[in-house]
Design a protein around this ligand. Structure first.
Ligand code: ADP
Length: 228
């Protein structure tokens, strides 16, 4: 993949936790609108790679470039602003705010950037409908199923029209039927909105929804098509 065409790239990332090497020279690149599955066994460094790419965890060495800007040399405040404006996140467990209704949860990222309540909730409602969970919009997260919760989490991640959606084992806590539906909805909705997706998973049936697979082993990433 040519550097100019990639939206987000990582070059020769190293990260060590104490004596444990999590990344040992990982390279990665993703284009706008592309869905890339990051695969590999447990403990191989997939989540660490995602956290570094998203500017959550600073690498010990290596470079991360997003849209021509070097993420590794941004201040904490610049990285937070980038995450709020350009990135969306879905984790294994939805991490919804338990005190808020589903529609309020989805509206939250819009409220945080100053959108008025009415407009934020109207847009949140449209996203909940897109993810086929508008019927639970007034429920609290504790009152809905795991599959519904992940759909709400996907809606919340996409409501701000992020350019990159980071998903870390988004169906890891779901049964296979619910997992497949969440993956279908997640990838369809991301493709429609033009978001690139970095999808961490150890399941090949989940990776089947991606355009391309990258395998991480012992902290090194290898592109299965040899283009990154
Ligand atoms: P994966 O996502 O492939 O399961 P991780 O990136 O979570 O792999 O972990 C890679 C290695 O780094 C593992 O040995 C893990 O125990 C270690 N590790 C990850 N995060 C931390 C942390 N916050 N503190 C200490 N060790 C960590």
């Amino acid at each position: 993949m040519s550097e100019e065409r990639a939206l987000l790239t990582a070059t020769d990332l190293h990260k060590t936790y104490g004596a444990t090497p999590a990344l040992a020279g990982a390279d990665f690149a993703i284009r706008s609108g592309e869905v890339v599955a990051v695969m590999g066994p447990s403990g191989s460094g997939k989540s660490t790679l995602l956290h570094c790419l998203a500017g959550i965890v600073p690498p010990d060495a290596g470079t991360i470039t997003y849209d021509g800007r070097e993420v590794s040399s941004m201040s904490d405040a610049e990285r937070s602003a980038l995450r709020r404006a350009d990135f969306g996140f879905v984790f294994q467990f939805g991490q919804l705010v338990p005190e808020l209704s589903c529609v309020e949860n989805v509206a939250l990222p819009l409220r945080l950037v100053g959108t008025g309540r009415k407009e934020a909730e109207a847009r949140a409602h449209a996203w909940l409908a897109r993810l086929e969970v508008d019927d639970v919009r007034h429920h609290r997260p504790g009152q809905i199923s795991g599959g519904q919760g992940q759909r709400v989490a996907v809606a919340r991640a996409l409501v701000n029209s992020p350019r990159v959606l980071f998903a870390d084992e988004p169906t890891g806590a779901l049964d296979s039927l619910n997992g497949e539906r969440v993956m279908e909805l997640l990838t369809d909705a991301a493709r429609e909105s033009g978001a690139a997706v970095v999808l961490v998973t150890h399941e090949s049936r989940v990776a089947a929804y991606s355009d391309r697979e990258v395998v991480v082993r012992d902290g090194r990433a290898r592109d299965m098509q040899g283009v990154a």
